[in-house]
Design a protein around this ligand. Structure first.
Ligand SMILES: Cc1cc2nc3c(=O)[nH]c(=O)nc-3n(C[C@H](O)[C@H](O)[C@H](O)COP(=O)(O)O)c2cc1C
Ligand SMILES: [Mn+2]
Length: 499
């Protein structure tokens, strides 16, 4: 499946698929858009194109990523695991044997070669070029998201910088608080690559911000790649064709040619402003803190540019599915360094950094603890506050089953590992910001090898009787009951049981 070439193709696809509602009534980007969107997101509703946001002639697109189906449409896959498998096939490449494997190997290598961005000359967003005093952020419908926010925030940008020493490009999604019509704050959190580029300069750092991209490029800005890997490479790989870049008008930074709007400018050492508070994806307001000021030297856009936005807040919000895409896509990469990992899940309610559930193929004592420490040492996963480890046959995405294992299999004195280390910038719980306690819960089976008693056998019906009951089900006179493949009752039934 080809992925949409730009935001307009994406909107057209969403519309064809019945996944978009155009809101023609005038709606205020001051809080009102948030309340409408939050209700729609939490009920699994469609993407929204606010055609008349109050105070701007540019439409506002929101909730483009708000369901699993739309996230799959965005990435051109049937399931998020398919996107992961594509990456996995590259990471796990072996020397080919025989002609068929060689041909397949060459195709895989070509997909890597094709993912390098390429430079083009023309960009539709160069139709309108506003430089210097003409720059005017008031033109676009920047959302004032929550009542306690001090100003409007740009929430879905792709922020592009280059490492001043190596030249490597970095693309990240970092919210930008509007300070006035020509400047914003740049919310580069402590552990992020964009901030590293900023810290590595002793003067100015040029920055370009792209708004309104094709969905794969927009997603890639949120992907936690190692610093030396260009996020637009990942976008090109997932798209199956290179991201096309065009030279900026006033900065030496290339930007996606398909962007609706581009902000060019710079940040400078020592030039900080108080950013926030902001109603954040933790469900709380993150505290006001100093962050760099982004001075906009040029604003370029399509004459009829569409402005993209997202609201975060108490989970689940739209960012849940951006996070889930990352969870799936990065599984093969994580398995490269921690091969005993079968699967993992970052619960949306855990704001992604608060909890990881991981299933492992356990073959030696201490392995769950090894995996906990591995996660605490792995990229941005290192910020994880609690890790729950279960056995390979446990479905990590079924929180009720995980709860069952944690309560049944854990001796708190023996199986809870308390440690400490770096914590997410936004975690308000630790006494000191950035650093604090971590908890690992080993909910795997134990046994004599670990100095415990014999572990009991789990209750499982024999295959023979299961097959017999499957065959005879209609005979018993029940209404057909749909069951999940693992034979556990559906959620609706489980909810019934809980009452
Ligand atoms: C909607 C959304 C908003 C985000 N806002 C911020 C932010 O304001 N600051 C930040 O440091 N990370 C933010 N993130 C997370 C980063 O985009 C993510 O960690 C990414 O990996 C950063 O890129 P980098 O690893 O190249 O620094 C946000 C993610 C999403 C999906
Ligand atoms: Mn990066």
């Amino acid at each position: 499946m080809a992925t949409p070439g730009d935001l307009r193709e994406w909107i057209a696809l969403l519309e064809r698929e019945g996944e978009l509602v155009r809101v023609q009534a005038e709606v205020d980007p001051y809080l009102e858009v948030t309340e409408v969107t939050d209700r729609v997101v939490k009920s699994g509703g469609p993407a929204l194109l606010f055609e008349r946001p109050k105070g701007s002639k540019h439409p506002l697109l929101i909730n483009q990523f708000g369901t699993e189906r739309r996230m799959c449409l965005a990435l051109g896959v049937d399931s998020l695991d398919d996107a992961a498998a594509k990456l996995g096939s590259v990471l796990e490449m072996q020397p080919p044997q025989g002609l068929a494997e060689k041909v397949r190997g060459l195709k895989t290598l070509k997909s890597i070669a094709d993912s390098r961005p390429k430079t083009v000359r023309h960009a539709a967003h160069h139709d309108v070029v506003l430089e210097g005093d003409a720059v005017d952020l008031d033109l676009i419908p920047i959302q004032h998201c929550w009542p306690g926010d001090p100003a409007p925030f740009i929430t879905l940008p792709a922020v592009i910088t280059h490492d001043p020493k190596t030249g490597t490009r970095n693309v990240g999604m970092y919210r930008m608080q509007k300070l006035d019509s020509r400047s914003t704050a740049m919310h580069w959190q402590l552990h992020k690559d964009g901030r590293m580029d900023y810290l590595a300069t002793d003067g100015r750092l040029e920055v370009a911000v792209a708004l309104g991209l094709d969905p794969v490029s927009a997603y890639s800005a949120s992907a936690p790649l190692p610093k030396h890997i260009d996020e637009f490479m990942l976008a090109g790989f997932l798209k199956g064709e290179p991201v096309e870049l065009v030279q900026g008008k006033t900065v030496g930074v290339e930007v996606p040619a398909n962007a609706e709007i581009v902000l060019e400018g710079y940040v400078e050492q020592g030039d900080l402003t108080l950013e926030g508070p902001f109603g954040d994806h933790t469900g709380y307001y993150s505290a006001a803190e100093p962050f760099p000021v982004f001075h906009v030297t040029a604003m370029t856009m399509r004459a009829d540019a569409i402005y993209p936005s997202i609201v975060v807040g108490k989970p689940p919000a739209e960012d849940a599915w951006l996070g889930k895409a990352t969870e799936r896509i990065f599984l093969p990469a994580i398995r490269m360094s921690v091969p005993e990992i079968v699967d993992y899940d970052l619960p949306v309610a855990g704001a992604f950094h608060n909890c990881v559930i991981v299933s492992i193929r356990k073959s030696f004592p201490g392995q769950p603890q090894k995996v906990m420490h591995a996660i605490w040492g792995l990229g941005l996963l290192s910020l994880t506050k609690s890790v729950v480890v279960v056995d390979e046959h446990v479905n990590v995405h079924d929180y009720e089953e995980v709860f069952f294992r944690v309560t049944a299999n854990v001796d708190p004195q023996r199986d809870v590992l308390l440690s400490e280390g770096p914590l997410d910038h936004l975690d308000h719980a630790p006494t000191r910001q950035f650093y604090g306690g971590k908890m690992g819960i080993d909910a795997t089976h134990k046994g004599p090898a670990e100095g415990t008693r014999e572990w009991p056998e789990e209750i499982v019906m024999s295959d023979e009787i299961r097959a017999l009951v499957d065959r005879r089900w209609a005979e018993y006179g029940f209404h057909p009951v749909t069951e999940q493949d693992n034979g556990r009752p559906q959620r609706s039934l489980r909810q019934l049981l809980r009452r």
